[in-house]
Structure formats: structure tokens, C-alpha cells
Design a protein around this ligand. Structure first.
Ligand SMILES: [Fe+2]
Length: 239
């Protein structure tokens, strides 16, 4: 004769029974939901050997810049993100949500610096590509009145920027803009599309040219800028 097990509400009140089932389902759901794995940021390898940008940027500067400064920002940013409600969010989401928020000042600064440096390395090439062509060249002509005028404005913006920061060429909807940002600030957090940047922090050039920021900026702009990569970003919108 088959044995019938009593349903649980014979033993436990129905409300408790429902609560137990609900709690079990919640626990099962939590167990199945993947926890964000791994750090939010990683230190990308340099896209070229550390001595490849000489003589404009020395091997010593690159190794300190990438191995100490950039690595430090990545480590600190990951630590702060892990302890925040932003774990599992994309870097772009984190930057947009934390910019100009006093509570997240350190988190923003370190995350932005990690992003900016990873982008900066991709803007440089030891092969020094020729000036932009195609749609980007046309946009530069339209916006700035030609290559020389664009270069003059970019160098001037770099030199007149006070203190640490970054100089950028960005796409703002259908127009191009040159702008500088102070300290760690980044156009990514403002909904702009960065196309090219040069790091204006002294750690980027002081060992090589001391206080001659102009020599560094001109050397990078004329000899190391990866215009082919900039053209691609302009065409696709992908960073
Ligand atoms: Fe830097």
C-alpha cells in the first residue's frame, strides 16, 4: 500500500511553509547567479618594447611610467572598486557614475588614470605613422582649417594647461574638439569619444627633458602619434 507523506503545512503553518520555500528559492538563485570574477581593471602589456620610443621617450621613463605609475593606479582602483557597489560594472559606467562625486574621489581618480594610461599607450607607435587621411583628415580640415592649424592648436593647448593632466582630441557628436583635462579627469566620463591623447603629467617626460614640456609634446605629436589608430577610432567609434 503506497505511503502518503503529509504535506508540510500539516506540520508547519502554511505561512512559514511558504516563507521557507521562498527563502530556499532565493538561496538557489543567489547560488546560481555568477559573482563578478576577477579584477575590474588589468594592466595591459605595452604594445611595443619598452625602448621602442627612444629617443623621444626613454626606456627608463616608459618602464617607470607603465610598471610603477600605471600599475599603481590599476591596483588601487581594483581595491577601491572591490570595496564599493561598483564591483561588476564596466569601467566606463564607473567613471560616469563617480565623476565629481566627493565620496568617490579616490575611486574615480585611480580608475580614470588606469583607463587614460591604457588608452595613451595605444595612441603611440615607434613607427610614427603619417598624417591622417580620408574622413579624419577631412574633419580636421573642416574643424581646424588644416593640419598646421590643428597641430598649432593642439601644442598650444598642451603648453597652456596648468599642472598635471591630459590633452585630447575628441569626437563630440559630429565635431572634433581639442581639450585638456586636469589631473585624472577623462572625456570618457563626459560622454565624449577620445581619439588621441598625450599624458601631460611630469612623470611622462621629466626624466628625459626635465621641464621642457614643449619638446616632449612635439616629439610625441610629430614622431610617435599613431594616426592610423586614430583614424580607425574616428571611423568606427570603438576605443
Ligand atoms: Fe602618466
Amino acid at each position: 500500500m503506497p505511503m502518503h507523506l503529509p504535506s508540510c503545512h500539516w506540520i508547519i503553518p502554511r505561512r512559514v511553509c511558504v516563507a521557507l520555500i521562498f527563502a530556499t528559492l532565493l538561496a538557489l538563485f543567489a547560488a546560481c547567479s555568477p559573482e563578478p570574477k576577477g579584477p575590474t581593471l588589468t594592466l595591459p602589456p605595452l604594445p611595443w618594447p619598452s625602448d621602442a620610443l627612444e629617443p623621444v621617450i626613454s626606456q627608463q621613463t616608459i618602464e617607470l611610467h607603465h610598471g610603477k605609475h600605471h600599475a599603481g593606479y590599476v591596483a588601487k582602483a581594483n581595491q577601491l572598486i572591490d570595496d564599493s557597489r561598483f564591483k561588476g560594472k564596466s569601467v566606463e559606467e564607473i567613471l560616469s557614475a563617480t565623476r565629481e562625486k566627493k565620496k568617490y574621489k579616490d575611486l574615480f581618480n585611480n580608475t580614470a588614470q588606469a583607463w587614460n594610461h591604457a588608452f595613451f599607450w595605444e595612441c603611440l607607435t615607434p613607427e610614427g605613422t603619417a598624417r591622417p587621411t580620408g574622413a579624419l583628415a577631412q574633419a580636421i580640415n573642416t574643424e581646424f582649417g588644416g593640419w598646421k592649424a590643428f597641430r598649432d592648436e593642439f601644442i598650444e593647448a598642451s603648453l597652456s594647461h596648468f599642472g598635471s593632466g591630459w590633452v585630447w582630441l575628441v569626437r563630440d557628436k559630429e565635431t572634433l574638439r581639442i581639450l585638456t583635462t586636469a589631473n585624472a579627469d577623462t572625456p570618457v566620463a563626459r560622454g565624449l569619444t577620445p581619439l588621441f591623447t598625450i599624458d601631460l603629467w611630469e612623470h611622462a617626460y621629466y626624466l628625459d627633458v626635465q621641464n621642457r614640456r614643449k619638446a616632449y609634446v612635439e616629439g610625441v605629436f610629430d614622431g610617435l602619434a599613431h594616426w592610423k589608430a586614430v583614424e580607425k577610432r574616428y571611423g568606427t567609434g570603438e576605443l
